[in-house]
Design a protein around this ligand. Structure first.
Ligand code: FRU
Length: 489
């Protein structure tokens, strides 16, 4: 008999990344923090494990790590799909949808029918447990086929709500304002700019302090197809925003150079802290991943900040501090020197999930190479130039795993390793690898399906020795209570 325990695809279910109990997930939607709970809504097909019948699924967490799947929050409505969007707490009841002392949660989402997309509103007065979908009349309609993914936030400078919505075909983001979340006025258009090779989707606009304490704004917009490595990817601009118009002061940059990070959506839970999550996948092969009965997961929540660089401010992404609570056994690395061509095994035995940090100084070494593998296979090989040029991630999957065609490949990011110094943090889960290099300035995310359960990691210097300045390897524990019958330890 095949049970959840023996079903091979279950062994790919992540330990510390959210997945729905069953069926399809794509973009994160409506992230917010309210009453001590984090809410993650997500694009969900409640009936199958491919894209279809799009609805908002809903999960809650007290620590951003262990999520409870609450099922469907906003179901497809008479054939009209509920596409991506965002949600806010309407603290001052500007919408009039709250009750005395109960601010409503207000979601703005795209209603999609073949040939028509418009923005709609739904609200909840009971911590997101039930929703009233005002789906008869859109709050914003341009009579267009493609007009989607509203991102809403409160702009304190102008004391109004601001919403960014994508015009995919025109490669533009339109910015609207509203006193009430219900009547929207167009303020400006941004784009085309940066990469315009594919339709634009899922815009984001938020402030971040730079290293001098100056407020800057980040506009992120996703492109599919477009990214250099093929498939779907996210680009961002840094600039200014006066409540009406976004003006970039940097060129467009890719924010994750791996193949599997898309549709990132951010929120702020504490003053000065901005966090986002992305869908860990790529539209190129998303519906063919070997993970029945669920398909789709999100990245680790990442805290965002700005770092200075010779080319102006760049976005830095780092795993939120809450992840540290999942660290279990620590495995010390005794060696202080990585000898040229002599591999160092960093994991004492195969681990389902791990958190690895390594700071190195090149003492003649030209390259550091990390091999992440299972069984006899090396599914992921990460190679970092210490002279400072590039980071390359190569993914190879054993044929027995059944990865989709076109899944394997080599992905490259520009890397500056000044003074031959390299800092790496790598999070490995049962079916993903997230690489944060140079304190999160260079990020790569890739799904990876092991041939056998459990990962081992080894490191090697090439072309000379490297000095290990700091290192740690932690086994990561499961973030959620075990699922009955999942066969997890
Ligand atoms: C991005 C996207 C959005 C859309 C949603 C539909 O991945 O295509 O533009 O709202 O997915 O599921």
């Amino acid at each position: 008999m095949t049970t959840a325990q023996t079903r091979p695809a279950e062994r790919h279910r992540p330990l510390f990344h959210f997945t729905p109990a069953r069926h399809w997930l794509n973009d994160p939607n409506g992230l917010l923090h309210f009453g001590g709970e984090y809410h993650l809504f997500f694009q969900h097909n409640p009936f199958g494990s491919t894209h279809g019948h799009m609805s908002w699924g809903h999960a809650v967490s007290r620590d951003l790590m262990a999520w409870e799947d609450l099922g469907v929050a906003l179901p497809e409505r008479e054939g009209r799909a509920i596409f991506s969007g965002s949600a806010v707490v309407d603290w001052h009841n500007t919408s009039g949808l709250g009750l005395p002392d109960v601010p409503p949660l207000v979601a703005l989402y795209t209603g999609h029918r073949e040939g028509h997309q418009a923005q709609y509103l739904a609200y909840s007065r009971d911590r997101g447990r039930t929703w009233h979908d005002l789906g008869e009349v859109p709050v914003l309609d341009r009579g267009k086929c493609d007009f989607r993914d509203p991102k809403v936030f409160w702009h304190s400078g102008t004391e109004r709500w601001v919403m960014a919505v994508a015009h995919p075909t025109e490669r533009q983001v339109e910015i609207f304002s509203s006193p009430s979340l219900r009547d929207w006025t167009s303020e400006s258009l941004f784009g085309p700019a940066g990469d315009t090779s594919g339709p634009w989707e899922v815009p984001e606009l938020f402030p971040l302090m730079d290293e001098d304490g100056l407020e800057r704004w980040v506009l992120k917009v996703d492109v599919y197809p477009g990214r250099p490595a093929g498939g779907s990817g996210c680009q961002y601009f840094v600039g200014t925003f006066d409540g009406r118009t976004f003006s970039p002061t940097t060129p467009a940059r890719w924010l994750d150079h791996g193949p599997d990070f898309y549709a990132a959506l951010s929120f702020s839970d504490l003053p000065g802290r901005r966090v986002w999550l992305g869908w860990m996948n790529n539209w190129r092969y998303a519906s063919r991943l070997p993970t029945e009965p669920w398909r789709g997961t999100v990245s680790v929540p990442r805290e965002l900040s700005l770092a200075e660089s010779a080319e102006g401010p760049v976005l830095r992404q780092q795993p939120v501090a809450e992840l540290d609570r999942l660290q279990g056994a620590e495995f010390g690395v005794r060696e202080h020197t990585l000898r040229d061509g002599v591999p160092l095994i960093l994991t004492p035995h195969a681990l389902p999930a791990l958190d690895l940090s390594l700071d190195l100084a090149g003492r003649g070494a030209r390259r550091l190479v990390l091999h992440i593998g299972s069984g006899d296979q090396e599914e992921v090989v990460i190679s970092c130039d210490l002279g400072g040029r590039r980071l390359v991630l190569r993914r190879t999957t054993a044929p027995s795993v059944g990865a989709p065609e076109g899944f394997d490949g080599e992905y490259e990011a520009p890397l500056t390793a000044a003074d031959h110094l390299l800092s790496l943090r790598i999070l490995v889960d049962r079916s993903s690898v997230e690489v944060f290099a140079q304190d999160g300035r260079v990020v790569m995310t890739a799904l990876a399906f092991p041939e056998e359960a459990g990962w081992t990691v080894r490191a090697a210097a090439q072309g000379g020795d490297a000095e290990v300045l700091r290192s740690s390897v932690y086994a990561l524990r499961r973030a959620a209570p075990p699922r009955p019958g999942s066969g997890d330890p």
